[in-house]
Write a protein that binds this ligand. Structure first.
Ligand code: SF4
Length: 406
């Protein structure tokens, strides 16, 4: 079937470069758009949906989704991240964390369309890892990631230039978390670094510190600090935080020389909300409760918890836990609610009393999924995510290095 194409989203370093001769001002390009309003090619967020969405109240939405899914058949493969809504997850062919989903997509070369129910950086990774004739679709372009937006290409280049100026760049290995744009993964690949996930961050840092003497860790300072201190035995004093909004990152050359970990000042707006007081409060409220949190939480929360682990580890730990056990979980609320629903023989509560969904993950709802799948079934490719060839090749080098980690 021939298909028309619309709303191509391209990614490339050029979109984030300063005008010739204009130089860079620290922090000038941190996006502050309201979700769904306007567009900013440097940001993952703030891009409105171009199509005619069905009304959320349409009683035929589930039937329409099932019909469109059946019509697409093997030509489409639908991926659902663990933080997606139930109404979306029910139509996913496979669920998982970001890296598992990108690999699942790559393992389905026969699927013409990969419909990624997740956020923008995940769809980019899927595009990098799939073949050129596969098309990756993000049902709502406004599904970005605030953490990924906290490290833009020009900011990271500026940081690296600063490290060169103080004579340290040759000793620094960049390591970027999977939750980063393709531009940042490409930067990492170009400078001999690696990508990591929350599952293999310890191995990635061990590899990087055997290759260099310092690590520039992007963009989540908390995963970097928690891994360095709790898994590699460093002190918090071995870590400094590079603030892209301040000249020189807010650090003097001596602080940079003394540091082993140069942590980017980025965080997850969902996991960053948990505080140590949540752990104290839930222990008081539920006797014998086990507290398990994601390593994107702040150091004080991670050290107060009983267990820390990636999304996949949280799921497998709770699956294996004995009936009757009690768990307070510090991660995204859609997942915690689904765990509680699935394991009704255990007490499973959200670590915070305040509702804490990932607002950008929640952008993908049933109306967007129906619109995307019906459009594809009608031969119209919508919301395709593409990464330009050079960026993809350099990002692929960093991803391949991650796969080759000892
Ligand atoms: S949960 Fe945090 S890291 Fe994940 S997509 Fe949402 S903002 Fe980004």
């Amino acid at each position: 079937m021939s298909s028309s194409s619309s709303q191509l989203t391209t990614t490339g370093q050029g979109a984030d470069r300063a005008p010739a001769g204009g130089g860079h001002r620290p922090g000038r390009d941190l996006p502050l758009l309201v979700l769904g309003a306007g567009s900013d090619s440097r940001s993952e967020r703030g891009v409105s949906c171009p199509g005619e969405l069905p009304a959320p109240s349409d009683p035929s939405l589930v039937r329409r989704a099932a019909l469109a899914r059946a019509e697409l058949g093997d030509r489409a493969f639908v991926l659902g991240h663990h933080y997606q809504r139930d109404e979306v997850i029910r139509f996913a062919d496979v669920t998982g964390d970001s890296f598992k989903l990108a690999r699942e997509a790559a393992a389905r070369p026969g699927a013409e369309y990969v419909v990624f129910c997740g956020v923008h950086f995940m769809a980019e990774s899927a595009d990098i890892l799939t073949s050129p004739d596969q098309q990756v679709i993000l049902p709502d372009l406004a599904a970005g990631c605030s953490m990924a937006d906290m490290a833009t290409y020009s900011q990271v280049e500026e940081c690296w230039e600063n490290l060169e100026d103080v004579g340290l760049a040759g000793t620094v290995i960049p390591v970027t978390y999977m939750n980063s744009s393709a531009d940042i993964k490409a930067f990492t690949g170009r400078h001999g670094g690696t990508v990591c996930t929350s599952s293999n961050a310890k191995r990635a840092l061990t590899w990087a510190l055997a290759k260099g003497t310092k690590v520039l860790f992007l963009p989540d300072q908390h995963l970097g600090r928690n891994t360095a201190v709790l898994e590699l035995g460093m002190n918090t004093a071995d870590c400094v935080v590079w603030d892209p909004r301040k000249p020189g990152g807010g650090l003097d050359p001596e602080e940079l020389r003394r540091a082993t970990m140069i942590l980017w000042r980025g965080h997850c707006s969902v996991h960053g909300r948990f505080v140590a007081g949540n752990v104290t409060e839930v222990r008081r409220r539920i006797g014998g409760v086990n507290v398990i949190v994601h390593p994107e939480c702040v150091y004080e929360v991670v050290t107060a918890a009983d267990l820390v682990g990636s999304t996949e580890k949280i799921i497998s730990t709770i699956e294996r836990a004995p009936a009757g056990s009690a768990w307070a979980v510090g991660t995204e609320l859609n997942l915690v609610q689904r765990l509680a629903q699935t394991h009704q023989d255990k007490t499973i509560v959200f670590l915070d009393k305040t509702v804490c969904y990932c607002s950008t993950m929640n952008r993908i709802d049933l109306p967007h999924l129906v619109w995307a799948m019906e459009s594809l079934a009608a031969g119209q490719v919508v919301n395709r995510i593409t990464v330009d060839t050079q960026t993809a090749a350099e990002a692929r080098a960093a991803l391949d290095q991650m796969l080759a980690l000892p």
